[in-house]
Ligand binder design. Structure first.
Ligand code: SF4
Length: 369
């Protein structure tokens, strides 16, 4: 009898994403131009078009000879991401884009306009290997790391949407970038650091956005935090703590079995000392799981002498999940207790709920169609 092989049982052999100018440092871009028979200064022109003018179509770059443009496109600007759907809410002020990558993998980014800023929340991995049980992305596991090009493209697309006046209120400037979409940024370290340099390098080498306006959110990969503080980038660090005690954190954030609360906070303190940047503690409030007064009390005691700010996030329940947001009164009590310790605390607004705003939910919905 012929054995029938189930194709979906095979490990997926993925073709590597094409290299893009955003995968390289400015020096590497120049070397790449020369390797391909182009003068080095063409790489600078390309970077100016991409990072300063947010253009990725060499056919429109009239300072590059017409017969050179297809070569330039091939080397520097292959198409990496394609828009699948856009969903908006909050009267169009929040917009979630679902992107398809070269191998069919789906990731998402969320663009949010506030009165004083425009923020994009981007994905650094397709899926996530950290397996937090309350998170849609974590449930699907890690598909693959994104390249610096694929991460940067989400940001440049957002910046372009702002400049083109695609959000209500007209033309705007992308001001803030948060690595809080799908994935654990520090588990894709090199691509994320390359992206951080693309964001913060002044024009034309990068987007020229201040590191103060960039937040990298981690579940607490201590080795990653320690490495990041030596990069000289000085972006803001956000640590997803979700509970102050190891006992619960071991199950809520499984990487806690490797890096305990005490070690994570020590790494965040060291980051703060080295960079001078106050860090934030992300805490998804989950009803009857981590929202008890005694946990607020323990968190207050842990943080009262640290330069940290707490962001409480009412959990956005994922379909079919037993986890849900805390009661209003429990949330208010949690805030009150933290404030009694002098810990600065905000309750994050839940933008994008109506459009499957929790990380990974739009990609999950698209896959199940
Ligand atoms: S909460 Fe963050 S780190 Fe945890 S599984 Fe989800 S995306 Fe990954």
């Amino acid at each position: 009898m012929t054995e029938i092989k189930l194709v979906f049982d095979e490990p997926v052999q993925r073709k590597k994403a094409p290299k893009h100018l955003a995968d390289f440092s400015p020096e590497e871009r120049r070397a790449l131009a020369v390797e391909n028979g182009l003068p080095a200064f063409r790489a600078n022109q390309v970077a100016t078009h991409y990072f300063t003018h947010l253009s990725n179509d060499p056919e429109t770059w009239t300072d590059i000879p017409a017969d050179m443009r297809s070569k330039v496109a091939e080397i520097f600007t292959p198409k990496l991401i394609e828009l699948v759907t856009t969903r908006t809410t909050d009267n169009g002020m929040t917009r979630k884009d679902l992107w398809k990558l070269h191998d069919g993998v789906l990731v998402e980014s969320v663009l949010m306009r506030y009165t004083d800023r425009v923020t994009v929340c981007i994905s650094s991995q397709a899926g996530c290997g950290m397996n937090c049980p309350f998170c849609a992305t974590g449930q699907a596991g890690l598909t693959r790391n994104l390249t610096a090009g694929e991460i940067t493209e989400q940001i440049v697309a957002a910046a372009r949407a702002c400049v083109n006046g695609e959000l209500p209120g007209g033309e705007a400037r992308l001001s803030n970038i948060v690595f809080m979409g799908m994935g654990e940024p520090l588990a894709n370290y090199n691509a994320v650091v390359r992206t951080l340099r693309n964001i913060t390098a002044p024009n034309p080498d990068g987007l020229g956005i201040s590191a103060r306006s960039v937040t990298v959110s981690t579940v607490g990969l201590v080795n990653g935090i320690e490495k990041l503080m030596d990069e000289g980038i000085n972006c803001t660090l956000a640590v997803s703590l979700h509970t102050p005690d190891d006992e619960l954190r071991d199950s809520l954030v499984p990487i806690n079995s490797r890096f305990k609360v005490r070690e994570v906070l020590a790494a965040a303190d060291a980051y703060e000392k080295k960079t001078g940047r106050r860090y934030s503690i992300e805490y998804a409030l989950i009803r009857d799981i981590n929202d008890q007064s005694w946990r607020a009390d323990l968190l207050g005691r842990l943080l009262k002498s640290r330069n940290a700010h707490v962001n409480l996030i009412p959990l956005n329940p994922t379909p079919g999940s037993k986890w849900t947001a805390s009661r209003r009164e429990d949330e208010a009590e949690f805030v009150r207790i933290l404030e009694s310790y002098g810990v600065p605390v905000t309750v994050r607004d839940t933008r994008g709920r109506e459009i499957d705003g929790a990380c990974g939910q739009l990609a999950a919905a698209e896959k199940s169609k």
